[in-house]
Ligand binder design. Structure first.
Ligand SMILES: [Zn+2]
Length: 119
C-alpha cells in the first residue's frame, strides 16, 4: 500500500486561548484568586490517514481547543491547572486512527504542562 514504509506521519497545530481560572490548592497561593492567561496550546497528532486523506481535520482541533476561549475554566474543569487543561484537550482529540497524541499548554512564555497519549 502507498505510504506503508512511512514510519512518521503527523500533524502539528497551535493556537492561543484567553481564559480565566483560579486554582483549588491546599496551600496559600495567589493562583487561588481568579486571574487570566493567554494560553498557547500546541498539539502533535500521529496516526493513519482517514478516508479523507487526513490524520485529523485542523478545524476539528480548533473545535476542541477553542471551546476554552474567553471562558471561566472553572466552569469546565474542577481544578483547571495547565496539566488538567492539557489532559482534557487530549481526551477531546482521541480518535481510533491515532497512535500518538501530545498536547502542550503554555501558561506563560516560560512554563508549560504536557500530556501524551499512546494507546
Ligand atoms: Zn493561573
Amino acid at each position: 500500500m502507498r505510504g506503508d514504509n512511512i514510519i512518521d506521519k503527523h500533524i502539528y497545530w497551535r493556537g492561543e486561548v484567553s481564559a480565566a481560572h483560579h486554582l483549588n490548592l491546599n496551600y496559600e497561593s495567589k493562583c487561588s484568586k481568579t486571574h487570566g492567561h493567554n494560553y498557547l496550546v500546541e498539539v502533535w497528532i500521529y496516526g493513519e490517514l482517514n478516508e479523507n486523506g487526513m490524520i485529523m481535520d485542523f478545524s476539528d482541533i480548533k473545535d476542541v481547543v477553542y471551546r476554552y476561549d474567553h471562558k471561566d475554566l472553572n466552569n469546565l474543569l474542577e481544578n483547571p491547572t495547565a496539566e488538567n487543561i492539557a489532559i482534557d484537550i487530549l481526551e477531546g482529540l482521541r480518535s481510533p486512527n491515532l497512535w500518538r497524541l501530545r498536547v502542550r499548554v503554555w501558561e506563560d512564555r516560560d512554563s508549560y504542562a504536557e500530556a501524551e497519549w499512546m494507546p
